[in-house]
Design a binder for this molecule. Structure first.
Ligand SMILES: Cc1cc2nc3c(=O)[nH]c(=O)nc-3n(C[C@H](O)[C@H](O)[C@H](O)COP(=O)(O)OP(=O)(O)OC[C@H]3O[C@@H](n4cnc5c(N)ncnc54)[C@H](O)[C@@H]3O)c2cc1C
Length: 308
């Protein structure tokens, strides 16, 4: 049987680094982190937060009895013991040193993840599912899959997708044949802007600079300023539209992955609050006529909803 690509890791907070007013980097260690892998800058992971005393221990015990299916083990726990699970991004993995970084938006006290991140101290324990080095990646757990020959990239992110975006820009900066990039990044505050590996084509959109702007509004406006006329002229295809068929159910996040081939000249990666990501995708696909196969649009959270 093929080895599971994701596994549960027992991790401990080693240090906190306050990056900006709204984001903190938490560095975790763990005996097994040397076996962890990451395959893309938006590699997603699950974190489990200790709600009830003993809930993490119960999860580790359960996973030990069902090592090939961590999700079944998790679902098998009595509800009262099931630690809340949330999705995050591996910001940086230094497997050789047994360290992994995750960056948390501190959005307040109302969710278990943000609440934990606000208070966590070195020595605090968590559980994390992440890729295992000895398993094949098979492209699982990430959506940053730009076509090899891409000429033009559009990256649209709110603060929850900033960790992935920082990594995306790092990978692009390392490319000799770097395509033209536009990156729109909405953050709560002007002070949340931070150094990036690429600055050309990057627009920071702090909400505090536009009082009264709802979450995502600056992104929805800024995407209309990106000049995509050449891509539209080359690629526009109205048979691809799905007006009204793309609304995710009330208890779901928008999740639509691109299906480009390596010759596709344009690729958009959008990750933000679910309705915001949907609005941007509708603009690109339905209004501009860009092919939906060139657009990955992901809801990273949903305003007013708990989608653990
Ligand atoms: C693939 C993927 C990768 C992600 N990577 C990261 C990451 O690296 N860093 C990161 O910080 N987040 C990331 N997120 C987003 C994160 O999973 C959500 O923000 C999650 O809801 C946080 O859980 P919580 O327990 O704090 O709040 P929840 O219990 O889920 O929600 C409680 C309330 O807070 C609201 N809420 C949730 N998130 C926010 C927010 N950011 N701002 C304002 N209100 C919010 C909800 O709408 C709800 O009303 C990622 C999500 C996905 C799908």
């Amino acid at each position: 049987m093929a080895k599971q690509s994701y596994q549960v890791f027992d991790i401990t907070l080693a240090r906190r680094t306050r990056l900006t007013p709204s984001l903190v980097r938490l560095t975790f260690t763990g005996a097994d982190v040397v076996r962890m892998a990451t395959h893309a800058p938006d590699q997603r992971i699950k974190l489990f937060f200790p709600a009830e005393p003993g809930s993490l221990e119960a999860l580790f015990d359960c996973v030990a009895t069902e090592p090939d299916d961590w999700y079944a083990a998790y679902r098998g726990l009595p509800e009262s013991l099931r630690p809340p699970m949330r999705t995050y991004t591996i910001r940086e993995l230094r497997a050789e040193r047994g360290e992994v970084d995750v960056e948390f938006v501190l959005h307040g006290d109302e969710g278990p993840a943000s609440r934990w991140a606000m208070r966590a101290r070195p020595g605090d324990r968590l559980a994390m599912t992440a890729p295992v080095a000895e398993a094949e990646s098979l492209g699982v757990g990430y959506e940053w899959k730009p076509p090899r020959g891409v000429k033009r990239l559009l990256v649209v992110a709110d603060e929850t997708a900033l960790p992935a975006t920082v990594g995306i820009l790092e990978t692009l900066a390392a490319r000799a044949d770097r395509p033209q990039v536009d990156a729109l990044i909405e953050v709560p505050l002007g002070d949340d802007a931070r150094p990036l590996a690429i600055t050309a084509g990057v627009r920071w959109l702090p909400r505090d600079a536009a009082p009264g702007c709802a979450h995502g509004e600056r992104l929805l406006r800024a995407v209309r300023d990106v000049d995509l006329r050449a891509e539209i002229a080359r690629l526009a295809d109205t048979s691809d539209h799905a007006e009204g068929q793309d609304e995710p159910a009330d208890d779901e996040l928008l999740w639509e992955a691109a299906a480009t081939d390596d010759g596709a000249p344009f690729y958009a990666w959008i990750a933000a609050e679910s309705k915001v990501a949907l609005g941007i995708r509708r603009y690109l696909v339905n209004e501009c006529g860009l092919p939906r196969r060139c657009v990955s649009s992901m809801g990273y959270w949903r305003e007013g909803k708990v989608l653990g």
